[in-house]
Design a protein around this ligand. Structure first.
Ligand SMILES: Nc1ncnc2c1ncn2[C@@H]1O[C@H](COP(=O)(O)OP(=O)(O)OP(=O)(O)O)[C@@H](O)[C@H]1O
Ligand SMILES: [Mg+2]
Length: 237
């Protein structure tokens, strides 16, 4: 017979983020935005800039080079996968994220690194929660569980109308998510803004419809603020 008293009591979900966040001196920054918003471009510039300030930087994108994550990502983005049930899709993204968090992001933060992630939980809130219609609360709960409550110190949302983003990468082959129509992508862009408005404590919204150097002026300002806030909370001496 199952001895129920051996099972630990579930921790209320709302307490998880505070309890499980390690007392790290690292800094966790995520970049979000629709396809072609310039995440990759701005992340390279951010990495170079933070390194020039003498910081130890780790750039990752889910699946973060983990073997399991790569295979999950392949399944998710390969157009040959075809239509996936929205819940299956949300779970797979969360599975890949859980693996990256556990094996790449948390260890790097524990070493005090600045971790920059190309897309994170807010992608799932926008794509699966809003655009696929699963609802933000359920997708949030799933991701709080998957990441054990690890949220970025700062999310930089590169805001761009989706048709402009698609136009920027017109010649590149479309992955499974990018093959969704304009209407889907418009929902994603709207959702990002809505989530950003609801969470001003973690979001910085940057107008990405400018040349890369101009966009980076805003990104750099946000990054430096995040670094200073971290240093104020965790003085090294
Ligand atoms: N500010 C900008 N203005 C014009 N073109 C840009 C700008 N930033 C990036 N690009 C170009 O747009 C394309 C997409 O940029 P990038 O790959 O950085 O976007 P992304 O957000 O990472 O896209 P994806 O989600 O598809 O990976 C690239 O060809 C890049 O050179
Ligand atoms: Mg990219």
């Amino acid at each position: 017979m199952l001895k129920r008293y051996r099972l630990s009591r579930p921790v209320p979900l709302t307490l998880v983020p505070k309890l499980k966040r390690p007392p790290a001196t690292g800094l966790f920054i995520a970049f979000e935005g629709v396809e072609g918003a310039g995440k990759g471009t701005q992340i390279s510039m951010a990495e170079a800039h933070l390194r020039s300030l003498g910081l130890d930087v780790l750039v990752t994108r889910e699946p973060g080079g983990t073997v399991a994550g790569e295979q999950i990502r392949e399944l998710l983005l390969d157009p040959a996968t075809g239509k996936l049930d929205a819940r299956a899709e949300a779970l797979l993204f969360a599975a890949s994220r859980a693996q990256t968090v556990a094996s790449v992001i948390r260890p790097a933060l524990a070493e005090g690194k600045v971790v920059i992630c190309d897309r994170y939980v807010d992608s799932s809130l926008a794509y699966q929660g809003w655009a696929r219609g699963l609802g933000e609360p359920d997708v949030l709960s799933l991701n709080v569980w998957a990441t054990q409550g690890l949220f970025p110190d700062m999310v930089i949302l590169l805001h761009l109308e989706p048709e402009l983003g698609m136009a920027r990468s017109e010649d590149e082959p479309r992955d499974r998510m990018e093959q969704e129509g304009q209407q889907f992508l418009a929902k994603v862009a709207d959702a990002y803004l809505k989530i950003a408005e609801e969470h001003p404590e973690r979001f910085v919204v940057v107008d990405a419809n400018r040349d890369p150097a101009a966009v980076f002026d805003s990104v750099r300002e946000a990054l430096e603020r995040a670094v200073h806030e971290r240093d104020d909370h965790h003085p090294t001496s």
